[in-house]
Write a protein that binds this ligand. Structure first.
Ligand code: 2AL
Length: 176
């Protein structure tokens, strides 16, 4: 997809907007559908603010639901080739598509422990990480208190969304 300016975004009809921005938050096109009603946007930051405000306004069950829409890092969907295009690019960029069997097994075990402890999948902005850091960070976050971990995980969802939006708008990603 070619980069576009904010006038182009503001001129999109509902269907086009959801096609383009529907996966800014992984597998949550409903958020883009809601954000469309808030146009016009003054710039990329303004557009992003609306995505994040929607997330922040959700009850805890909704925020957990967003986390549950994320595929595991180096999980079954990667093996089966069913990741979204964005997710595949992110996981591949972090080297997660070329793990050896031991690394894959270790991550699968950690992912399972994390899900058993918190009730939602481990989420991390893969583009800000790499194959060595992912299991390290997963092991560290496994020891965090649940309320703190929910906040951390949602901050990662926003980092992923920030980078995806910046890609679509052709902006240089800020250090979120
Ligand atoms: C992902 C994903 O699909 N892309 C990314 O950066 N992180 N998933 C996850 N569970 O963290």
């Amino acid at each position: 997809m070619q980069a576009m300016d904010i006038e182009k975004v503001n001129s999109m009809d509902f269907g086009e907007f959801v096609d383009v921005f529907g996966n800014v938050i992984e597998r949550c096109p409903l958020i883009a559908a809601a954000v469309w009603s808030q146009r016009p946007f003054s710039n990329l930051e303004d557009l992003e603010k609306h995505f994040f405000a929607f997330i922040d306004a959700l009850p805890q069950s909704g925020r957990e639901g967003i986390l549950r829409c994320h595929p595991d890092l180096a999980g079954r969907e990667l093996q089966q080739g069913t990741l979204s295009a964005e997710s595949r690019r992110e996981q591949s960029g972090a080297g997660l598509t070329s793990l050896d069997a031991d690394e894959r097994l270790r991550l699968a075990e950690l992912n399972a422990q994390y899900r058993a402890r918190f009730g939602f999948p481990f989420v991390l902005a893969a583009r800000r990480s790499d194959r060595a850091a992912v299991p390290r960070e997963l092991a560290r976050r496994l020891r965090c208190p649940p309320a703190q971990e929910l906040r951390t995980a949602l901050a990662e969802v926003k980092k992923i969304g920030h980078l995806r939006l910046a890609d679509l708008l052709g902006a240089h990603p800020a250090g979120l």
